[in-house]
Design a protein around this ligand. Structure first.
Ligand SMILES: [Zn+2]
Length: 626
């Protein structure tokens, strides 16, 4: 009983502290909260990808002037007006992390430019007022991204009242035009069979409600969630609540990206209302995606079950990932939105499985989709054959190929430092083990320096220095990855328990100079192919070392897709690290096979932008038994 009382006091103290950083209008207090801006700096590995993306995309290739121009002179192709908001949203998240003054100037100029396009009715829209709202043209989807771009700028770059006014004018115009009859119903305003797109306005409306407390925005969100349910002819939110498989949600159009975008808004709606029904719908969708859809590189969606949706629909992708009929799969927009949805659930619940999902995508699918220079992302991401395929929605804007995926990829990278280390009422939480310097907050509100010194995931050896400014008793939570079955954890040389797939909560009096040594299980695991609908995909194996998926790379091996029989023992393969053949390769290994050693590299490093190919699921060399 005594322990419970002490614990309650700690939680109460934490609640008060967190009260300052959480939204004013939230009913639900998040379990985990992000560190403030500029509190963490990665060193090495993912940092290089983040810098490439920010420098060469957000500060480089993005044609901001042309992206604004469509709000004056109209779009030249469908949904073109989404681009500006996406570029500014990821730029603002990068600014939150880096505080780069040049980036700030670029964002400020384009935001000011955009505000000059505000129409007489308050809208920032590619559609002239007399033709608003233009459902099939993508008008509402575009206005959603204007709101999210402005929201990112306002919250992470500069809280300029003119920006907030532009957002409320935009939102008020939407509320004026759309709603229950006699207004136009939101589910009539889309372009796909179930018109899901416009309902994703839920997220910016909730974000604006949290900024302003204006009841109109919460009412509009309630209209989307409780009256319409997200799609025409399908109550997507109730389908999720009723635990339907993702592949069956939304009829013939279970579009992965848009559906998760809607549920990001639902997470915000749950925070504000505290109604557990919405949380349950969110959690059911999360668990079903995790179990049924996510492939070994952490992304999802494919074209076996819904070919008309171009590989962007749910498709039992976890099972079908070796299906030879699969052509298009794993849109980058899907992976990034999944990462963001996982981050929402992590903040709400503190469920470590969400970080397993984020880590899997970050080290494989996400950085594996980026151009080597960082100035773009692949649209489709495949495991065998051509890994990167840029064909999809988008266009050449002022000489730059701009796609939805080019624009969303950077947002995924910008989220990694945001959630690597977090605060909680009990004490700081370490989620990701990329090397970094960070400053967290103790439950008593004092600053706490955390330094992670490691070359992870090259090795699994991680040294963490914990330096509170004065002695204090609190819980430090360390995520133990679900794949790390044999983990060694020592705090100041004292051995501790570490169970895979959980947080190890270390409660002690922490002092300056305290050290944690964590050694994760980096043995290489051999996976058998899942059984999809086409049994020709059954006889394949994949190799995963720690969080990193390995692959054969045509750039260094002409026989990259030949059948092999990998030598393994009890599910593990004895691989030997070697110097990579190519400078751009992060890691390379000798892998034993019955017909000789093969060489494999990390999936992410394989460069298929030059027309070469990859083999991640290795066809088995079948030997006749007896
Ligand atoms: Zn995309």
């Amino acid at each position: 009983m005594m322990i419970h009382k002490v614990r309650a006091a700690v939680i109460l103290a934490g609640f008060l502290i967190l009260g300052n950083s959480c939204g004013k209008h939230d009913t639900v207090v998040d379990r985990f909260t992000p560190l403030p801006a500029n509190s963490i700096h990665f060193v090495g590995y993912l940092e290089q990808d983040i810098r490439h993306s920010m420098e060469n995309w957000n500060k480089g290739a993005v044609p901001y002037d042309s992206l604004v121009e469509v709000f004056r002179s109209g779009r030249s192709f469908f949904a073109q007006g989404e681009m500006w908001g996406k570029a500014v949203r990821s730029g603002s998240m990068f600014y939150r992390y880096t505080q780069d003054p040049e980036l700030k100037q670029i964002l400020k100029e384009t935001v000011m430019d955009l505000l000059t396009t505000t129409r007489e009715n308050g809208s920032i829209s590619c559609t002239e007022i007399s033709k608003q709202p233009d459902g099939p043209g993508g008008d509402l989807w575009e206005r959603k991204y204007v709101l999210l771009g402005l929201h990112g700028y306002y919250t992470h770059v500069e809280a300029d009242p003119a920006v907030l006014l532009a957002m409320t004018n935009q939102a008020d115009c939407i509320v004026e035009q759309i709603g229950p009859p006699p207004k136009i119903r939101i589910v009539y305003l889309g372009w796909s069979p179930n018109h899901i797109e416009s309902s994703t306005l839920l997220e910016p409306m909730m974000r604006l409600y949290k900024l302003t407390g204006k009841q109109t925005y919460l009412d509009f969100a309630r209209y989307i969630v409780e009256d319409e349910g997200g799609a025409l002819g399908h109550n997507i939110i109730e389908d999720a609540f009723n635990d339907q498989d993702p592949i069956n949600i939304g009829g013939v159009y279970p579009k992965a990206y848009e559906m998760m975008s809607l549920f990001e808004g639902l997470a915000e709606y749950y925070r504000a209302t505290g109604n557990e029904h919405w949380k349950q719908a969110l959690m059911n969708l999360y668990h079903n995606i995790r179990e049924q859809e996510i492939t070994i590189i952490g992304n999802a969606g494919g074209d076996v079950h819904h070919p008309a949706v171009m590989g962007e629909a749910w498709g039992q992708t976890a099972l079908e990932q070796t299906n030879p009929d699969m052509n298009r799969m794993m849109e980058t927009c899907v992976g990034v939105t999944w990462l963001k949805l996982c981050s929402q659930i992590l903040r709400l619940t503190g469920d470590p499985s969400t970080v397993d999902m984020i880590e899997k995508y970050a080290y494989n699918g996400l950085i594996g989709a980026m151009k080597p220079g960082g100035d773009g992302f692949s649209y489709v991401n495949r495991l065998n054959g051509s890994k990167t395929i840029t064909t999809g929605w988008g266009g050449i804007i002022n000489g730059v190929h701009v796609t939805c995926c080019n624009l969303n990829g950077p947002m995924g990278l910008a989220y990694l430092p945001y959630l690597a280390i977090m605060n909680s009422a009990d004490g700081p939480v370490i989620n990701l083990y990329n090397a970094c310097n960070a400053t967290a907050t103790t439950p008593r509100g004092r600053t706490l320096d955390i330094t992670i010194d490691t070359d992870y995931p090259l090795s699994g050896k991680i040294d963490i220095a914990i330096a509170p400014h004065s002695k204090e008793t609190f819980i430090l939570s360390l995520r133990i990855p679900e794949w790390s079955l044999d983990t060694r954890l020592k705090v100041n040389d004292i051995l501790m328990d570490a169970r895979p797939g959980t947080y190890t909560e270390i409660e002690r009096q922490w002092s300056p100079g305290d050290r944690i040594e964590l050694t994760l299980d980096m043995r290489c695991r051999l996976l058998d192919a899942p059984h999809g609908t086409n049994r020709a995909g059954d006889n394949f194996n994949a190799l995963i070392r720690g969080p990193v998926v390995l692959a054969r790379d045509e750039n260094i091996d002409q026989n990259y897709c030949n059948p092999v029989s990998i030598i393994s023992k009890e599910g593990y393969v004895h691989i030997i690290s070697e110097e990579p053949d190519l400078t751009g390769t992060r890691m390379q290994f000798q892998v034993p096979a019955t017909n000789g050693t093969i060489h494999m590299v990390d999936y992410a490093s394989v460069n298929n932008w030059n027309g070469k190919h990859i083999c991640t699921w290795l066809p088995q060399l079948l030997t006749l038994k007896e």
